[in-house]
Design a protein around this ligand. Sequence first.
Ligand SMILES: [Zn+2]
Ligand SMILES: [Zn+2]
Length: 170
Amino acid sequence: MRWIRRRCRGARGEKELDCVPILPDLMQRGLYLSYTPTRVSGHCFCRSIRFEVNGPEKFACLCYCESCQRAAGAPVVAWATYEKESFEVKSGTMCWRQSSPGATRGHCSDCGSTITYENEQRPGEIDITVNSLDDPVGPILRAHIWTEDKQPWTIFGDELPVYKQNIGQE
Ligand SMILES: [Zn+2]
Ligand SMILES: [Zn+2]
């Protein structure tokens, strides 16, 4: 894989990242997979769970699917994707729950905060809730996904690409 240095567009403006192009559709839209390993940390609401993962993220987006809404009790969840093998729980006990076929969500067993999402279709990757990170401003959010499930009063305040379902599914 050939990494190139380029500017990436996100919800909070542009940043320079080491990147590799991913799906052609995303390339056209100026969306790239980023790669510059640095250790990122985070914690759950009650601070029982503390975790670390190698970042920055490979990708990050805002998900409006019904499962995320129910799991978080919120209209939208921001997710950042990392290499699963780099995810390390430093303290506390995670509770793992199969939330739909092939999908597992990880919560804090004490306070129930949603921390992780894994899908069998993306082995080796783990998604982490951006708002569990110590620095939620770090990941560059690049798309709105599963917007067909969003509540009518959820309104987008940026120009990121909007997908009715997942990226590459429409
Ligand atoms: Zn907790
Ligand atoms: Zn979702």
